[in-house]
Design a protein around this ligand. Structure first.
Ligand code: RIB
Length: 311
């Protein structure tokens, strides 16, 4: 049986400023620490899956800026296959401005750049790759019509799709019936379902609604309050606690979670165990700065899970 994972999504060059408080309108905050790293929700998830030990191919589009070579080398060092990364000329790769304030929370703005050139036709061109995959993993930083095309192809080829509804954008919810597993945080789940998610109880309601909308499994992530999971198999909705760690930067924590989740599922782990594995990946990520530099390797995740076996 195939264990391969196809990640379809964005890559960005991240410019990060960490400061002790975020500026108010017209305020200048000095004394920030600057970092340039590689990010993008698709790329982060591919890197997380690669470092967690998955057999991963990344479908993406980069521009012709001077960062590209280093970015692709980073993917390869993380075990990600890059032969389906398109190169678009006359445009920059995706770019993100990240401001990190108190508690490690981040504020993000993204210029899609070449990510907008990951067109439906380019998704068509990787149909065979999708058809051979155990899982397709997607987010929402590429054109909606390309996501729709990937969902159609995966449905036709009977390949399960794990879809991280991030960032939350307008979406035709009838498409949810083609999604096997939706992963969303509180604001994303609220936008997708109309249920205001603020705690475990409201997350359970939103997860139930997502099931009604046609997804097999809904996973709602609640930061330090853990995850809520609702599946076809379990009539009840399960809450899985988070690991108690001190965050310094939450950037890419959700991406790490998704990449690790899919690796665990492709290895045949039961869903609740896969969610624990994903939470461990996310807990390690938030303790370090930056997107891809903070994504853990498999050995670290296994060691962490042993250390926290009582949770
Ligand atoms: O999820 C974190 C990512 O969101 C960052 O790496 C940034 O590039 C944006 O895509």
């Amino acid at each position: 049986m195939s264990k391969s994972i196809v990640v379809i999504g964005s890559s960005n060059i991240d410019f990060i400023m960490k400061m002790d408080h975020l500026p108010a309108q017209d305020e200048t905050v000095t004394g920030a620490v600057f970092m340039q790293t590689f990010g993008g929700k698709g790329a982060n998830q591919a890197v997380a899956a690669g470092r967690a030990g998955g057999d991963v191919t990344f479908v993406n589009c980069v521009g012709d800026d001077p960062y590209v070579e280093r970015m692709l080398a980073g993917f390869q060092e993380s075990g990600v296959k890059t032969n389906t990364i398109y190169h678009e000329t006359g445009i920059s790769s995706g770019t993100a401005l990240v401001m990190i304030g108190e508690g490690g929370h981040n504020y993000l703005s993204v210029a899609p750049g070449a990510n907008g050139w990951l067109t439906p036709e380019r998704i068509d061109a990787v149909r065979d790759l999708i058809a051979d995959a155990a899982y397709v993993l997607m987010q929402f930083e590429i054109p909606p019509e390309s996501i729709a095309r990937a969902l159609d192809i995966a449905a036709e080829e009977d390949v399960p799709v794990v879809w991280n509804y991030a960032p939350a954008n307008s979406f035709d919810i009838s498409q949810l019936s083609k999604v096997s597993i939706v992963v969303a945080n509180e604001p994303e789940a609220s936008k997708l379902t109309g249920v205001t998610v603020t705690d475990i109880a409201s997350a359970k309601d939103a997860a139930h609604k997502l099931r009604d909308l046609g997804v097999d499994t809904a996973i709602i992530t609640l930061g330090n309050a853990g995850s809520v999971v609702a599946t076809v198999e379990t009539s009840d909705r399960v809450h899985i606690p988070a690991f108690p760690v001190e965050p310094v930067d939450t950037t890419a924590a959700g991406d790490t979670y998704c990449g690790c989740l899919v690796v665990a599922l492709a290895e045949g782990k039961p869903l609740v165990e896969a969610v624990r594995f994903a939470s461990a990946g996310g807990a390690l990520c938030v303790q370090r700065m930056g997107a891809q530099p903070s994504i853990p390797w498999r050995k670290e995740i296994d060691t962490f899970l042993k250390a926290y076996s009582s949770i």
